[in-house]
Design a protein around this ligand. Sequence first.
Ligand code: MTE
Ligand code: MO
Length: 250
Amino acid sequence: MSGLITRRGLLAGLGYGVIAGTTSALAYSPSFRDFALRGGEALSYRTHRLIGRNALAPEFSEAEMSPVFRTNGNTMPSSADYQRHMNGGFADWGLVVDGLVTTPRTFSLNELRSMPSRTQITRHDCVEGWSAIGKWKGVSMKTLLDAVTLMPAARYIVLHCADSFGRNPYYESIDLLDAFHPQTILAYDMNNAPLSVGHGAPIRLRVERQLGYKQAKYVMRMEAVETLSTQFGGNGGYWEDRGYHWYAGI
Ligand SMILES: Nc1nc2c(c(=O)[nH]1)N[C@H]1C(S)=C(S)[C@@H](COP(=O)(O)O)O[C@H]1N2
Ligand SMILES: [Mo]
């Protein structure tokens, strides 16, 4: 127990305060934001990986939850497929888990909801300079990956989303340390209610040691891959393909 507290204190001292402070106060300027993210990436990636796979992001109490949690980015995927699922209450929607796995599977929303769940109250930090504390309930990514069995070559999990900016789909990716981290969940509830469309229905990623743009909404498919270089722009995410850093540690 004291070991955990020490590691968490170290994480807070080394990475969290520095980067969270820069992103909230000064990140409005695009050039400073770039600088902050690039400087922060190396520091936090090293810190997280040195401290270990299980260091936890801070969790908060019910009383600390933000009265308003704004939406950002896309808030209504326009594809016909998504609209059809949305209008049907996601009743015949399914999360595809495939790629470098031995038994690819599709999980219905009811299946996801009947699996063991995790609930966490965490702070979301957007590089545009706002934060909010919210409560998330969902299934651990580990539970899903254990159900399909990763092949030895798998190194990253790519999250394919239903929405796009123009012709470019939103997507994200994380490495296996974050994929198996205890706070990495596919959330279907937010603040005690089913996830709204604005916040990413039917499920969205929560990967709590990283910034807002990693928290992929409208996740339709999880693909295990060996390399990110062959996906879309090759940098591991929609924003990463436009210059943001792949490891957005806080
Ligand atoms: N699919 C998808 N996921 C996304 C985005 C998006 O536009 N599309 N925006 C990202 C950004 S920049 C932020 S800050 C958060 C916003 O989540 P919220 O709308 O629940 O506040 O979602 C992230 N995940
Ligand atoms: Mo963001």
